[in-house]
Design a binder for this molecule. Structure first.
Ligand code: PHE
Length: 489
């Protein structure tokens, strides 16, 4: 589908386009459903499938879940609303969207643009890892995948991770090359319903599991469900509570793809008659629903086969504990594992597309180049970067001590700068800009411009003016390690 056409239709789902004056000569989503599925596609990613469950297991089950839910409907909703409304109001991506709000604040748009530019260097690498596992399960090698050193051997090889990363990058590039409606929307409309069905199916299966280990101890999926949902207050101190709060907060940003310009870009493709209030509720619901289901699917299964210990795997949950769990399930494990990794590839792909799209959309506005040319150049550049980052565990291996105390590789450094440093800073600055400089009315008016009710209007205004700036300031100090500097001495 050509990018130069005047897209956007009056009729949802109708692929024939009529003119619409509001969106210049820019392609857009066909309607609300197309937009919600694409935005949910961006939001639902490895964060939901892998990070949410392992954080829930680590942070006291129900305690984490409860805090996360409260944050979604307050912080998540506020940041998602301002990003999407800002995009639709200006019809631009982050750099020019912020510049249009206030010329002096163009720097905030540039800062926001840096996040997808950085994330794109490593997202296809992770996508490649997941694709590798999908292929392994397809070829019936799930026993090998359960081996202790399988994952390490794989990522430290100088060939395989590069090939899979590049494959993932090529597919992403082809979809973005085909435009907003013909590429991104079409792909999300196909993928998201399947993803939802798969995750519901595997979760139900997971709850029916029952396993007796070598010591004769029997554990069931339903007991695992309790472990997942029951608030665990053991060892709860004020410090631990804050740690959980912090985990939940950074998970929320990452999971909703906010404060990185992605939702601004997607918002810029939304028709003027789409009900934003409703769309935002649906995106929030979809993303949170999939995160909760992912926990429901993973925690009972891992608990059943490996007990509590298996769940303390942390980041290696997806690539080490899960393959072990699938393998322990016997023959059916190969099938369930395959379904799981197909789903994970889908989730990662729609997220990766949104990152590349945001980079491309900003570049198209900066350089006034066509979508096809811009996508090709970006695709080639990021193909190179993907290879470099994929080699960050072999040829280019080095470790750096990060300001927050952890030790990181190349991938971790990119992740740290974008998620721990830039994202809280961007939310802080954008809440100051919207809350205090241009005023929340800009956003409220955009949401209400269709004549629909903005149901959480007062909450939005209160959050963006008072709560978001303060909390983001604290989050920024903590995640950059600045706070520690004061307390240590
Ligand atoms: N929101 C995605 C997830 O939950 C991750 C993501 C981050 C996607 C950044 C795009 C950009 O995994």
């Amino acid at each position: 589908m050509s990018d130069s056409k005047e897209t956007v239709v009056s009729n949802e789902g109708n692929e024939n386009n009529t003119n619409q004056s509001t969106h210049k000569s820019k392609g857009g989503f066909s309607g609300q459903i197309g937009f919600v599925l694409a935005a949910a596609g961006s939001a639902v990613g490895v964060g939901n499938l892998w990070r949410f469950p392992y954080l829930a297991a680590k942070d006291g089950g129900g305690v984490f879940i409860f805090i996360y839910l409260v944050l979604v409907v307050t912080f998540g909703f506020t940041l998602l609303t301002s990003d999407i409304a800002l995009g639709r109001k200006t019809g631009k991506s982050s750099i020019y969207a912020y510049a249009e709000l206030n010329k002096k604040w163009k720097f905030l748009g540039v800062l926001t643009f840096i996040v997808p530019v950085l994330i794109m260097t490593y997202y296809a690498v992770i996508g490649g890892w997941i694709t590798k596992y999908m292929v392994v399960f397809m070829r019936g090698q799930h026993k090998a995948a359960a081996g202790d050193s399988f994952f390490t051997d794989f990522i430290t090889s100088p060939v395989s991770p590069v090939i899979f990363g590049l494959l993932f990058m090529v597919i992403t590039t082809i979809i973005v090359y085909n435009g907003v409606q013909g590429g991104i929307e079409r792909c999300s409309r196909f993928i998201m319903p399947i993803l939802l069905l798969l995750i519901i199916g595997i979760s139900i299966y997971s709850l029916t599991l029952k396993h007796t280990d070598d010591n004769g101890v029997t554990r069931t999926g339903m007991e695992g469900l309790l472990v997942y949902l029951k608030p665990d207050f053991t060892g709860m101190t004020v410090k631990r509570f804050f740690q959980i709060l912090l985990d939940a907060m950074s998970q929320l940003f990452f999971s909703l793809s906010v404060s990185m310009g992605i939702m601004i870009t997607y918002g810029s493709y939304v028709k003027k008659d789409v009900n934003l209030n409703k769309s935002i509720n649906q995106i929030e619901f979809f993303d949170t629903g999939v995160a909760l289901l992912a926990g429901l699917m993973i925690i009972p299964a891992v608990y059943c086969f490996s007990g509590i210990d298996g769940m303390n795997a942390g980041p290696s949950l997806m690539f080490i504990s899960l393959p072990k769990t699938f393998s322990a399930m016997g023959r059916i494990g190969q099938f369930v594992g395959l379904l799981f990794f197909i789903m994970a590839v889908f989730a990662a792909l729609t997220s990766c597309i949104s990152v590349l799209e945001t980079v491309v959309a900003n570049c198209m506005e900066i350089f006034h180049t066509s979508r096809k040319k811009t996508t090709l150049i970006a695709g080639i550049f990021y193909g190179g970067m993907t290879a470099v980052v994929a080699l960050g565990y072999s040829i280019f291996y080095f470790e750096v001590k990060l300001p927050n105390g952890s030790v990181g590789t190349l991938l971790d450094i990119m992740d740290y700068i974008s998620n721990s440093f830039l994202m809280p800073l961007i939310s802080l600055l954008s809440s100051i800009l919207i809350g205090w400089i241009v005023g929340p009315k800009v956003i409220v008016d955009e949401v209400e411009s269709t004549g629909d009710k903005f149901t959480r209007k007062h909450l939005f205004v209160f959050m963006i003016k008072y709560v978001v700036p303060v909390i983001m300031f604290v989050l920024f100090l903590v995640s950059t390690g600045i706070l520690d500097l004061f307390f240590k001495k």
